[in-house]
Design a protein around this ligand. Structure first.
Ligand code: GTP
Ligand code: SPV
Ligand code: MN
Length: 591
């Protein structure tokens, strides 16, 4: 075993060195490469990835610093059926998670990973989740035999020396092992051991399955730790809204995978609301903790965005278009003959001919999509023109509003506000959403996705609701809670609400509600904008009747909805807080 020049161990932390040693003896890589996170290292690793054919260098005139990657076609999204929470008892993981006893899972995966890095390099990736010095920040170390993962973690996290510095001599770090094996769905496991603060991921090389800081640590292990330590780890974007007067209001929003978080976090207000400005704190994950002043403070643990590419254009998300024009890795989009990238919904006409995400010849006459619906960009947050300067504040930002929102073609209105905290928890807990391409299988079907955390909660969902209810006592000035649905359709199958930048109009109402300067009307579901209080000035092709349709509450749809909520409640009943059952009964009585 040799250590490469430039990839030497740069830490004297005994726990880190001992663990890496133990794992390397087990996985038996030919080489160990310790990542330091430097620019020179990134350059060298990128060149190596190009040489190995893992990355294709894109047209550097058009896309400086950009590279192209194709994943195995059997490995294009998160796989929920292969994701396990390995707590001591099955009851602790709850009925919404796959479970295996830790001992059994360790044994199974030890057999898979033993000697699995022979002939390969083991990259040691120390990474920091959160701004340095933040009381909420956590350190992880991921060991991987994927150079693509090493490069992606370099963008998505604060990676290298900075993490080891934060760790110091402590042994409190997440231990993550990732082995690609033969990228075979039959031997694909994403296993979490919350008690050991450990993760083992095998048989994949894609996104949330393998970038272990993201869903595995920041959400599944994070939610488990958050409950113990009194904070929240949530699948939420965080943004700052700046009013024309310069007042900044911070908002967090939980939408399920591929339901609009990145777009909302980087929103460009419409011309009529020109004086308003959005600043991005994060686009996918929020860690939130009550501060000494009684407000709820949030940080973004990540340092980059792993965002959905299709549909990204200068109308839907101009800031993202600018952001991904440099220093970006594109995964599973289409590749044009002049080494540019293309996807469905990109600006301009489709190329006459290109290679699709699988590398097959594609023309506009082809039946299949050129880019995979879950194709993604990996881009550093520093390139986001709307990045909030406060993103590196160790204390985080105070949250005034929490928004829940699913993808629903019917039933759920565009916007309504919870009556109070427990009612808000009920709205989040009973969220339903149509499944998307971000996870394998089931796209389009409505399922319950409480707080957009169904695939990401590291313990019993009933206990998770209890944690949400209990936290209220520790937050003197709790955020107001809202529910949105950008995806309601009319009889012709068209979206009723234009969405994207126009969502600023809804957000403005939310912010105004938080500052008690706009009115609302009571409905059985909650508070809705009073007549004229949702600003629709300058919105073309949008009649007041259309808003009425978007806001309509149909009793028969809601009776069906309550039945579907009941299915979830029955599943969780042993640990379901009574408060939520009362909320459901109250709603039933109001309808
Ligand atoms: P993850 O990264 O999987 O967690 O997704 P996300 O929640 O960040 O979703 P994202 O913003 O990437 O949007 C996913 C899809 O929804 C894209 O195809 C968008 O074009 C579409 N979308 C986003 N916002 C809106 C909206 O306001 N209206 C409509 N109709 N579509 C939207
Ligand atoms: C999601 O599915 O919610 C994502 C993409 O953000 S992944 O990182 O693959 O989980
Ligand atoms: Mn996500």
């Amino acid at each position: 075993m040799t250590k490469e020049p430039g990839g030497k161990c740069g830490t004297s932390n005994k726990a880190v060195v001992a663990w890496v040693d133990e794992m390397s003896k087990h996985c038996k890589p030919d080489r160990i490469y310790w990542c330091d996170g430097s620019k020179a290292e990134r350059k060298a690793l990128t060149a190596e990835a190009v040489e190995k054919g893992v990355l294709i260098k894109l047209n550097q005139k058009k896309l400086p610093g950009c590279y192209y990657h194709r994943s195995n076609p059997n490995d294009v999204a998160r796989v929920e059926q292969s994701t396990f929470i390995c707590t001591e008892s099955q009851d602790e993981a709850g009925p919404t998670n796959n479970w295996m006893a830790p001992k059994e899972m360790y044994q199974k995966l030890r057999a898979f990973t033993e000697g699995s890095m022979r002939g390969r390099t083991m990259y040691v990736i120390p990474y920091l989740m959160g701004p340095p010095g933040s009381p909420l920040a956590k350190v992880g170390i991921e060991l991987t035999d994927s150079i693509y993962v090493a490069l992606s973690m370099g963008t998505m996290t604060r990676m290298g020396e900075i993490a080891l510095e934060e760790l110091g001599t402590s042994d409190d770090f997440n231990r993550g092992l990732h082995c690609m094996l033969d990228v075979n769905p039959e031997r694909r496991y994403i296993a979490h051991f919350p008690k050991d603060n450990a993760i083992i991921s095998v048989g994949s090389n894609y996104g949330g399955n393998v970038l272990l800081g993201k869903k595995c640590l920041a959400l599944r292990i994070g939610s488990y730790l958050g409950r113990q330590e009194g904070w929240f780890a949530e699948h939420m974007l965080v943004l700052g809204v700046e009013s024309p007067a310069g007042e900044k209001t911070y908002v967090a929003a939980a939408f399920p995978s591929a339901c609009g978080k990145t777009n909302f976090a980087m929103m460009m207000p419409p011309p009529h609301l020109k004086g308003w400005k959005i600043w991005t704190i994060g686009d996918d994950i929020a860690w939130m903790k009550p501060g000494p002043d009684g407000r709820l403070y949030a940080i973004n643990p990540e340092a980059g965005y792993f965002g959905v590419v299709p549909g990204t254009n200068s109308k839907s998300n101009p800031a993202a278009v600018e952001m991904i024009s440099r220093d970006t890795i594109f995964t599973n989009v289409a590749l044009t003959p002049d080494l540019d990238v293309w996807w469905e919904g990109k600006d301009g006409p489709p190329p006459k001919e290109c290679l699709d995400w699988k590398g097959n010849k594609w023309t506009p006459a082809s039946a299949e999509k050129a880019a995979h619906p879950n194709s993604r960009f990996t881009a550093p947050m520093a390139n986001n023109p709307l990045l909030a300067p406060e993103v590196n504040d160790p204390m985080g930002v105070p949250i005034r509003a929490i928004i829940f929102g699913g993808r629903r073609s019917n039933t759920t209105p565009l916007i309504y506000q919870a009556f109070n905290w427990v009612h808000g928890v009920y709205l989040g807990a009973t969220m339903g959403s149509e499944m998307t391409a971000a996870a394998v299988g089931g796209a389009g079907q409505v399922r319950r996705d409480p707080m957009a955390m169904l695939p990401f909660c590291g313990y019993h969902m009933g206990d998770y609701f209890r944690h949400w209810i209990n936290m209220h006592k520790t937050i003197k000035h709790p955020p107001r809670i809202f529910n949105v649905n950008w995806f309601r359709k009319n009889g012709q199958g068209e979206f009723l609400w234009p969405g994207f930048g126009e969502n600023m109009r809804v957000l403005k109402w939310i912010v105004d509600r938080c500052h008690a300067r706009t009115d609302a009307e009571e409905t059985p579901l909650g508070w809705v904008p009073g007549p004229g209080s949702l600003d629709l000035t300058g919105l073309t092709n949008f009649s007041p009747e259309r808003l009425e349709q978007a806001q309509a509450i149909h009793e028969e749809e809601w009776r069906r909805e309550l039945m579907m909520q009941d299915e979830l409640f029955m599943k969780l009943h042993a640990r379901l807080p009574k408060e939520l059952i009362f909320q459901r009964e109250l709603l039933l009585a109001r309808l």
